[in-house]
Design a protein around this ligand. Structure first.
Ligand SMILES: C=C1C[C@]23C[C@H]1CC[C@H]2[C@@]12CCC[C@@](C)(C(=O)O1)[C@H]2[C@@H]3C(=O)O
Ligand SMILES: O=C(O)CCC(=O)C(=O)O
Ligand SMILES: [Fe+2]
Length: 400
């Protein structure tokens, strides 16, 4: 099962985090432990640019007849795009948002009952990449690999009262509906939502992978693990629920520090609060605004390797804001965990030597745990000939 082996990567390389769990909602001021300066994250030195003076991340309708070409262009020039008409029911995305909101609203002590262990992949905690920074991020996360049922049973109290609320115009038609659930009922209900979401997202992720590779002229035949004989090998995935509480001084805080994803691709849902920014060469940090019904899709490090550097894995981060609690839901999609990933043969030739050595997803996760933003460079075997530079390797010299 892919989910079980994804966890193996973390067992072999435990990450001990300086966990300091804050009750963000009670803070009027940012504690020193959470105050970031430019020195705390080298990537902060790039300017944040206003969306109206610059280009923006392409929005692509998956039903557009030119979808293949549009996706190819977006992947080459940005490494990120937003998709509409993707087929995932909005109601399903809103249900996962509801589960996430309910989870993060629990008291800290309750959430810690499902804390992620240093050598585990699933559970509640700060982002794994936190170990590379001296300052803490203004966020909480919950990672799910496989069924979340056991963790959910640890989380919700025995008698859990859930309320739905509806607001009318002004304060006229405020309506609260209360209902009591047993721990078992709520865990099963929420777990079913997560599993349905996983099923739907898996389908979309596969479709997007083939569209992205298709625009490079790659078909299933060109990939040994996904070709006619490899059909049965399914990709694996992790679901990351992110919560960014409102912050008294957003300029001093960091929601999620700049990183690339160790995936083939990541599909991100953001509730109607912006915060995601991507780094565009020569421009700076560009905000990716939430669009109704849209999903953000970004190229991950493994697709960067497969495409032999043609598709950059985009450096991105999440910033926070003063008034709104922001939630995001990231579906981190990868290949079967023990399959060797290397530049696709068709994209390699005398003028295009392979830039990376073969590596499995599990090995890559270990490399990320050791080297963080230098993980991609750590598997590089060849200096770029044609001016391609790893997006997360800003110190390297550009040629051409
Ligand atoms: C399959 C994955 C991908 C992981 C590790 C593992 C499970 C959790 C993912 C994230 C999610 C949050 C950002 C990130 C950088 C992090 O800290 O945890 C991601 C990381 C990666 O993309 O490297
Ligand atoms: O919250 C966001 O917008 C970004 C989340 C993210 O990058 C991740 O979970 O990998
Ligand atoms: Fe990410």
């Amino acid at each position: 099962m892919p989910s079980r082996s994804l966890a193996d990567a973390f067992r072999s390389h435990p990450v001990h985090l300086h966990q300091k769990h804050l009750d963000f909602s009670s803070l009027q001021e940012i504690p020193d432990s959470h105050k970031w300066t430019q020195l705390d994250d080298i990537e902060q030195q790039h300017p944040s640019v206003e969306s109206f003076i610059t280009e923006s991340v392409p929005v692509i309708d998956l039903l557009d007849p030119n979808v293949l070409q549009n996706i190819g262009n977006a992947c080459k020039t940005w490494g990120v795009l937003q998709v509409t008409n993707h087929g995932i029911p909005i109601s399903l995305l809103e249900s996962v948002e509801g589960v996430s909101r309910s989870l993060f609203s629990l008291p800290v002590q309750q959430k810690l009952k499902a804390a992620r262990s240093p050598d585990g992949v699933s559970g509640y905690g700060v982002a794994r990449i936190s170990s590379f920074f001296s300052k803490l991020m203004w966020s909480e996360g919950f990672t799910i690999v496989g069924s979340p049922l056991e963790h959910f049973r640890q989380l919700w109290p025995q008698d859990y009262t859930k309320f739905w609320y509806m607001f009318g115009i002004g304060d006229q038609a405020l309506c609260l509906l209360f209902s009591s659930f047993s721990n078992d009922q709520i865990s099963t209900l929420y777990s079913d939502v997560i599993e349905e979401h996983e099923k739907e997202m898996q389908k979309l992720a596969r479709r997007l992978t083939w569209l992205m590779l298709g625009s490079l002229g790659i078909t299933k035949k060109d990939l040994n693990w996904a070709g006619p004989k490899g059909e049965s090998k399914e990709g694996g995935a992790a679901l990351q629920l992110n919560s960014y509480p409102a912050c008294p001084d957003p300029d001093l805080a960091m929601g999620l520090a700049a990183h690339t994803d160790s995936t083939l691709l990541t599909i991100l849902y953001q509730n109607n609060t912006s915060g995601l920014q991507v780094l565009k060469e020569g421009i700076g940090w560009v905000t990716v605004p939430p669009i109704p019904g849209g999903l953000v899709v970004n190229v991950g490090d493994l697709l960067h390797i497969l495409s032999n550097g043609l598709y950059p894995s985009v450096l991105h981060r999440a910033v926070v804001n003063r008034t709104k609690h922001r939630l995001s839901i990231a579906y981190l999609y990868g290949p079967p965990t023990s399959v060797q990933i290397s530049p696709i043969q068709k994209l390699v030739g005398p003028n295009h030597p392979p830039l990376y050595r073969p590596i499995t997803w599990n090995e890559y996760l270990v490399a990320k745990a050791k080297h963080f933003n230098k993980a991609l460079s750590s598997v590089r075997i060849c200096a770029p000939l044609n001016g391609l530079v790893d997006v997360n390797d800003h110190n390297s010299v550009k040629v051409g």
